[in-house]
Ligand binder design. Sequence first.
Ligand code: ZN
Length: 395
Amino acid sequence: MLARAVAGESNVPFLSISGSEFVEMFVGVGASRVRDLFTNAKKIAPAIIFIDEIDAIGKKRWPGTGGWHDEREQTLNQILTEMDGFDNDTNVIVIGATNRSDVLDKALLRPGRFDRKITVNLPNQADREKILEVHARGKKIEKEVDFKALASSTVGFSGADLGNVLNEAAIISARYNEKMINPARLQQAFERIVMGLQKKSLVMNEDERRTTAYHEVGHALLGKLCKHSDPVHKVSITPRGGALGVTWFMPEKDAILTSKAKFLDELCVLYGGRASEEIFFGKDMITTGASNDIERATAIARNMVMRYGMYDEIGQENFAGERGMGNYTGTEGERPYVSESTQKSIDNKVREILREQYERAIKFIKDNKKLHIKISEDLLEKEEMDRAEFEAYFS
Ligand code: ZN
């Protein structure tokens, strides 16, 4: 939208292409598409070229394997060649957009290429309300629809996500032959965008359903017991978009800073799933369902130690480098020098933090076994629980 607005303000043509379009192309097609795009732009210059999702082609390069890498490489090289070919008379401006500026190939960011960066922060509540109003233009919407309420429950949504909610609501309304979007359809659309499309076809067996229910209730229960955790918005064991279950937390207000206490509670909540599996089904019956939780927990703990300087014994020093999540997957930028002994204390500290929070999760769950069973068995039956239904167990 910003790129389009720039073109509008400058009164020049706007040519756009999305990086993800190249993902499924045959080798060579992407590069020739880029060539055509730049040729056209130069012909009608002054003009603005907009490349959306530039990270899809501009990721850091790896020693090549397979067709897709070759294709991406060729496309990326073509963009770089075109941009380097600009001279002072070329009245073409290239704008790229990405949610992952941390993974971009450094070659893209050199002077003369994408050398200026504008960070567009996520909209706050007031912004979200206005953005929803913009996307609502041209759509028929019932008076009862409350954008203010929707704005307050869409913390963390980008402008595009908000646009998707309204588009989805329009599609659902059309399917029901309704002439106007009503609040119920908007709510449906909202949930669909947030959790991915319901995949009823993904059938779980009874054991998996039970494990998933206890796992998710573990997250929810700890979310309730840890006082720095965001409140539970919904618990579900309806499979959606690849996940068997989901516990969804909703921050009560927009927050930018995160405290150490909040991180620790987050770790505890993340381990609530695995801890429940262990307690209710036994150490040998723990499942792969916790892998994403463990991945996230590890990244948080590493960041606390290596990036945020939250542990005096390690120090207020950056050990992770300037980019990425410090998650050791090798995708982050250059890492500062870390001596072997420091590395060892970092590793030990991270392990200690994670172990402490796992044990805390175990204790919380042991202390609340009865309630846990009650909620889990209810969830097995209902499949979904909203905030009010969940809170009712604690009143
Ligand atoms: Zn989980």
